[in-house]
Write a new protein. Structure first.
Length: 323
């Protein structure tokens, strides 16, 4: 699966932010609206921050690859559907969630993205060192959305498990200031993949499936766990099925709840059709599905990344600029 070489930036201070997108493909320029949004939130301080973006072609030939993986995708979506109440909304939610996260079923794809995240993090740390800022003095924030949360979780878990990566929080001193998950499907993936067992290719290489769900950490000199981030934040909305909610009901088997995380549940609203919010949500999620590509997320979709950024603008500013 194609990935672009890691970005390199010249640091103006000791702060850097990495964006990791979720569904669909990302190419240079695709992050521009989000960067503009965050720069507006941060004000003049944004000029001193190095912004990085993970570029990867999530699935080069979406439709062809998805068709080939149908034998895995179908039971994956069926498991999600079986956990929900019967009905049209449940069917659409299962299809939508399945379309967001099914690429993790492709071994080469998920391993390539994990490697790309690690390479980009390595480059960020190296850029900081070139600017005279050693790892323990670097103020790093990672903001991930949707399936990007899974890729970041897996990459940081790999870094903590293997000091040879040079990104361990204890062995290399690489500790993020902020690890921010928005609409994370990590618990949803873990639950569905565990239920499918051996049907998931090389599931033993997926940390959120083969290991207990926890904030990634590495043993310190005295054996104490050193977390990969000073602060881990989980933000989701109460209408976002990818983030673990079924029409304002939290689903423990789908909602990521890592011990020690800061949790924010946004109270989302819909411009309902004829006063029927469930039908409105059903229509929004259904319209996002495409036969020949990843879901199209519009601003009225409760899974929209920019809406999470907007609702938590003051939080993001205080977290990123805290040090």
């Amino acid at each position: 699966m194609p990935t672009m070489p890691p970005q390199s930036q010249t640091w103006k201070s000791d702060h850097a932010v990495l964006f990791v997108h979720g569904i669909g493909n990302a190419k240079p320029g695709d992050y521009a609206p989000l960067v503009d949004q965050l720069q507006s939130i941060l004000g003049s301080d944004a000029n001193q921050i190095a912004f990085y973006f993970l570029y990867y072609d999530q699935i080069n030939e979406w439709f062809a690859t998805k068709t080939q993986a149908a034998r895995l995708i179908t039971p994956f979506v069926q498991h999600i559907r079986s956990q929900l109440d019967a009905g049209a909304l449940s069917n659409v939610i299962a299809d939508f969630a399945g379309d967001v996260i099914w690429p993790i079923l492709i071994t080469d794809a998920r391993q390539a993205v994990r490697a790309a995240v690690l390479q980009q993090l390595e480059q960020i740390v190296l850029d900081g060192k070139k600017a005279g800022v050693q790892p323990r003095a670097q103020h790093l924030t990672v903001i991930a959305h949707s399936l990007g949360c899974f890729h970041v979780y897996e990459a940081l878990s790999a870094a903590a498990a293997d000091s040879a990566q040079g990104l361990g929080p204890a062995s290399a001193g690489v500790v993020l200031d902020n690890l921010i998950f928005m609409a994370s499907p990590v618990q949803l993936i873990s639950t569905a993949a565990r239920a499918m067992g051996a049907a998931i290719p090389q599931s033993d290489t997926i940390f959120c499936v083969s290991q207990p769900l926890t904030i990634p950490s590495e043993p310190g000199d005295a054996g104490q766990p050193v977390l990969t981030a000073k602060q881990t934040v989980s933000i989701t909305g109460n209408l976002d099925p990818v983030g673990g909610y079924f029409f304002r009901e939290q689903l423990p088997w789908a909602y990521m709840n890592l011990d020690g995380q800061r949790s924010f549940i946004d109270q989302e609203q819909l411009a309902s059709v004829s006063g029927n919010e469930q039908l409105t949500l059903q229509n929004i999620l259904q319209s996002a599905l495409q036969n020949d590509g990843p879901p199209s997320i519009t601003p009225d979709n409760p899974h929209d990344w920019s809406a999470y950024m907007r609702r938590h603008g003051e939080d993001l500013k205080s977290w990123i600029l805290a040090s």
